[in-house]
Design a protein around this ligand. Structure first.
Ligand code: ATP
Ligand code: MG
Length: 359
């Protein structure tokens, strides 16, 4: 079977960017059968994980980590991830993630990591006290993907570079350890097939709304870690908060509303959001509706479209979050399924590297 894997960090409340750029794509993926060229259904196992180990790469508050972890999992379910079809789990419940990360840390060149845009941006904020974990974040992300031999990884545009480094790490590992007769001999002794241990994943990046930008700066992506809450729409924001944030969000003083004018990043972003929360509508039909409008006319329409889209998700969220016993059971089942797969890959990678495994 093919496998798909993705995750969101429990670093705060999930926002529209996480939802449109990631979680909604997972739901589509989950609900649409994948077919090969001859039209045969390809079975795909799905793993959606709350990546709490990633969340501690920036300074964090233990109390908030706990709540964010549970609320993120509940939101996955509320947004349409179905535990009967997909495995939902918490990253730290599967120790193989940490363990494989160490192995990958040791074969990943420092300068590959220093080049990462996310590291440059997030480390700037911390100066000398920046943790080593932030630097090796891509190795942890590579481990997440590799453990499930995931062929498809749906992520937002901002994670493209991390997907590329994952592919580089996979090639490097296979090149260094997975060929030659001694490797074949080790595999034979361990009773596993001798082939490249890891496979290269492909990113699935949604085009429309792939990158939702900040409400206060149309050139910066919407982020949980932005100190200003007014810069984002959280999936769980009450309707009035959403209306207020949109009312106050940054626009420009030009007449009419245009898409894709590089001078008007805020206009493009707000139109992208308007389109994304109204599945079924097209760019053309939206332009026809709004291009002559003033911001004062457009903003309330946008606010209502966002509120209406999020309302059923919010309702389901509170149902799921309030039944913690059931939520924990779902996460336990997800972790069991994840552990079974992850242990196999970890074992194969240890054999490839020459570790003695306990008998
Ligand atoms: P943080 O600021 O803590 O890094 P984040 O908002 O960037 O939080 P992540 O947990 O890093 O969220 O990312 C989870 C998923 O959401 C990834 O697939 C990422 O590509 C996607 N994502 C994050 N921000 C956006 C955005 N503004 N637009 C589209 N997708 C996004
Ligand atoms: Mg991020």
């Amino acid at each position: 079977a093919e496998r798909v894997l993705s995750g969101v960090q429990p670093t705060g409340s999930l926002h529209l960017g996480n939802y449109l750029g990631a979680i909604r794509q997972w739901v589509d993926f989950q609900n649409n059968e994948q077919k090969d060229d001859e039209g045969n259904v390809i079975p795909v196992e799905k793993f959606f994980c709350v990546v709490d180990l990633h969340a501690i790469t920036m300074p964090h508050d233990p109390k908030e980590l706990r709540e964010s972890t549970l609320s993120s999992a509940a939101l996955y379910i509320a947004a349409g991830i179905d535990p009967a079809k997909s495995n939902i789990f918490v990253q730290s419940h599967v120790p193989a993630h940490s363990e494989l990360t160490w192995l990958l840390n040791c074969i990943t060149p420092l300068n590959w990591l220093e080049r990462m845009i996310q590291f440059k941006e997030k480390s700037k904020k911390q100066g000398e006290s920046v943790g080593v974990g932030l630097l090796t974040y891509p190795c942890l992300m590579a481990a997440d993907i590799i453990l499930y031999q995931a062929t498809k990884v749906p992520v937002g545009e901002d994670q493209r570079q991390h997907l590329e480094i994952t592919r580089d790490i996979v090639r490097r590992f296979n090149d260094m350890f997975c060929k030659g007769n001694p490797y074949k001999k080790r595999c034979k002794e361990a009773g596993i097939p001798s082939r490249p241990v890891f496979i290269e994943p492909d990113a699935i990046i949604m085009k429309e709304g792939a990158r939702v930008m900040s409400l206060t700066d149309g050139t910066k992506k919407m982020s949980k870690s932005d100190a200003n809450d007014a810069s984002r729409i959280n999936v769980l924001d009450p309707p009035q908060t959403i209306r207020d944030k949109i009312k106050r969000c940054k626009t420009d003083s030009l007449e009419g509303i245009e898409w894709d004018n590089p001078e008007r990043p805020e206009a493009t972003n707000l139109l992208n959001i308007y389109l994304a929360v109204q599945p079924g509508r097209t760019k053309e039909d939206i332009l026809e509706e709004v291009s002559e409008m003033s911001w004062g006319q457009f903003k309330p329409l946008l606010a209502e479209a966002v509120v209406n889209h999020l309302q059923p998700i919010q309702e389901r969220y509170y149902e799921v979050r309030n039944d913690e016993e059931k939520l924990n059971r779902i996460l336990k089942d997800g972790a069991d399924a994840a552990n079974a797969v992850a242990q196999q890959t970890l074992f194969a990678s240890k054999i490839a590297m020459g570790f003695v495994t306990p008998t």
